[in-house]
Design a protein around this ligand. Structure first.
Ligand code: GLU
Length: 305
């Protein structure tokens, strides 16, 4: 089978180290199998994203030496495609309107999981037509989830299981303002692009069962998953977009791509010691088994000469 992987960045700012790391591993996996790489801009949130950031992202990928074979339409252009899949869920009788407000959903009474996310308790699941008609605001739309355990064998994290009914609840697929949510858009886009492997940050692992459920409803095969460890500063905080000093704009002005990739590769266990190396040179030494599973501590100060 032909391997197809993807970069799916959100063009809401410069790439940070965590994005670079996930993109590097996704690319190495695909290139080491002679597969095809697809780029897709995840710009559903048109308030936070811009074409200018998308342009810079492409340039940053080029600077890193992470090439791709094709770019698919950005998500902001695909709402009519998503409409069709929304209709499929409607035809399956799985959708219902939800009128809960944000504050109701996040109230202290709502069941919360240890990571702070809430489990939707099904408040609007069985409203009557008369009850629905009594609301004046537009609803979000939720898909009913079955009481079933979803399991995956993640390339990095190993066995992962989640019961959507207990640990998530019925999922919103379209927001009250008509915007489709990430889970639906990603499932459709990966499915239509023929993506066979999804490599991204560990923070998204609980999205995999949500997407697997939608894949099944839409008739897409499940891809293979690899959720790569998070990059943490020595004080334990996650290196993220908030660390402006670590975005690729700054890093590019201070480091060569080989120096940056060499550091990431050594921290991740792909090479034995920190030395400059290009993405292309890493392809032949890349092995999933060597990739560390635990969070990676990286001192930002140590990166910049
Ligand atoms: N767009 C997401 C991000 O930039 C990644 C989503 C995914 O890989 O499924 O973090």
């Amino acid at each position: 089978m032909n391997v197809v992987g993807r970069f799916a960045p959100t063009p809401s700012g410069r790439m940070h180290l965590g994005n670079v790391f996930a993109a590097l591993i996704a690319w190495l996996s695909v290139r080491s199998q002679g597969g095809e790489m697809v780029l897709r801009m995840e710009d559903l949130d048109t308030q936070r994203t811009s074409g200018e950031y998308a342009r810079i992202l492409r340039e940053d990928l080029a600077w890193l030496g992470l090439d791709y074979d094709r770019e698919t339409s950005p998500q902001s252009m695909r709402s009519q495609v998503y409409d069709r899949y929304f209709q499929t869920l409607q035809d399956l009788g799985l959708l219902y309107p939800c009128y809960c407000t944000r504050s109701q959903l996040h109230s202290v009474n709502a069941p919360h999981l240890s990571d702070g996310t809430y489990v939707y308790p099904g408040t609007c699941r069985d409203l009557t037509e008369t009850q629905r008609a009594s609301f004046t605001r537009s609803p979000a739309w939720r898909v009913r989830v079955p009481d079933r355990v979803w399991t995956l064998e993640d390339r990095v994290q190993g066995h992962f299981a989640l019961n959507l009914a207990w640990q998530c609840g019925d999922m919103v697929v379209r927001r009250a303002d008509g915007v489709y949510v990430y889970q639906l858009a990603v499932t459709v886009d990966d499915g239509e692009a023929g993506v066979t492997e999804v490599v991204r940050g560990m923070d998204l692992i609980s999205s995999a069962p949500r997407q697997m459920y939608l894949q099944e409803l839409f008739g897409f095969p499940h891809p293979v998953y690899g959720h790569v460890p998070m990059l943490l500063a020595p004080d334990g905080r996650r290196l993220s977009k908030r660390d402006r000093d670590l975005d690729l704009g700054i890093l590019r002005s201070r480091l060569t791509p080989q120096a940056l990739i060499g550091t990431l590769a050594a921290c991740a266990g792909l090479i034995d010691r920190v030395e400059p190396i290009s993405a292309k040179e890493l392809v032949s030494v890349f092995r999933w088994e060597n990739l560390r599973r635990e969070d990676i501590i990286l001192d930002p100060a140590g990166l910049i000469p």
